[in-house]
Design a protein around this ligand. Structure first.
Ligand code: SAH
Length: 249
């Protein structure tokens, strides 16, 4: 494993190391890191290394290999599900400020890609997905990477994972109009919750920081996520009963 400071160093390491010709997919990973992630200002070497160690081509559906390192989300084989754009995964990982001792809750396992990146940086990742088929597939992929600190649950992530709470970090990868209250309740103090808030067309990625009993929210960047679904309701259009308006925090 290379412990390099920058992707440029990593690339040079490959060029110089025993003069081997770089594997095609590995070159695509390094290009993606350089052109989509570092070029947009995310240059934390730990995050870049974590993304290198969670090769996105393992997480895309069969037949989409050519798109694995492109700058966009890719549809997964269930309704309203995607693997996020690499930059969004890097951005959210950066905004979570992951620490080695963190226990992280992810809502929306999808392909497992975001969970795998986080697993390289945190103590444990607990991830909840509404589709059992996606959760099982993600579990297989993550196991194939040798990661043993990711825990999977199939169910409605609006309720979090109370048995494992509190969480130092919570990342929601599906969009809502209002914040599900159980997620606020399951946040450690201090803790960070990242969640896309908005309508079905466009949202804002919001960071909510818990300090004691107060919650401070910061609007980060515009984003487009698939909606969170609870009881067959699209939560960018309907309100979950136990939820909080962002402006009331
Ligand atoms: N983090 C994923 C991206 C997933 S897209 C990745 O890296 O690939 C959002 C996911 O949220 C979809 O798989 C969708 O099925 C799931 N989802 C939507 N509503 C949910 C809910 N209430 N509980 C759990 N998962 C939900």
């Amino acid at each position: 494993m290379f412990t390099t400071a920058t992707p440029a160093d990593t690339i040079n390491w490959h060029r110089n190391h025993s003069g081997k010709i770089m594997d095609h997919l590995e070159k695509q990973i390094l290009d993606m890191l350089q052109h989509q992630i570092v070029a947009r200002g995310i240059d934390n070497p730990k995050i870049l290394e974590a993304m290198q160690r969670a090769p996105r081509h393992l997480f895309v559906p069969p037949g989409m290999l050519d798109d694995a390192y492109q700058d966009h989300p890719i549809a997964l084989p269930e309704d309203r599900t995607t693997i996020s754009q690499p930059y969004m995964v890097a951005y959210m990982t950066d905004a979570l400020d992951c620490q080695p001792a963190d226990r992280v809750l992810e809502i929306g396992t999808g392909s497992g890609y975001q969970a795998a990146v986080l697993a390289h940086l945190c103590q444990a990742v607990y991830t909840v997905e509404r589709y059992g088929s996606l959760s099982e597939n993600a579990q297989r992929t993550i196991q194939s990477l040798g990661l043993t600190n990711v825990f999977f649950r199939t169910g409605d992530g609006c309720f979090g994972w109370p048995e494992q709470a509190p969480f130092d970090k919570i990342v929601v990868t599906a969009a809502v109009r209002r914040i599900p209250r159980p997620l606020l309740d399951q946040l450690a103090d201090p803790g960070i919750l990242l969640i896309p808030v908005g309508d079905s067309q466009i949202q804002t990625l919001v960071r909510i920081q818990r300090e004691g009993n107060s919650f401070r929210s910061t609007r980060l960047i515009p984003c487009v996520f698939v909606p969170m679904i609870s009881n067959d309701q699209d939560l960018t259009q309907a309100d979950l009963v136990d939820s909080v308006e962002l402006s009331s925090l």
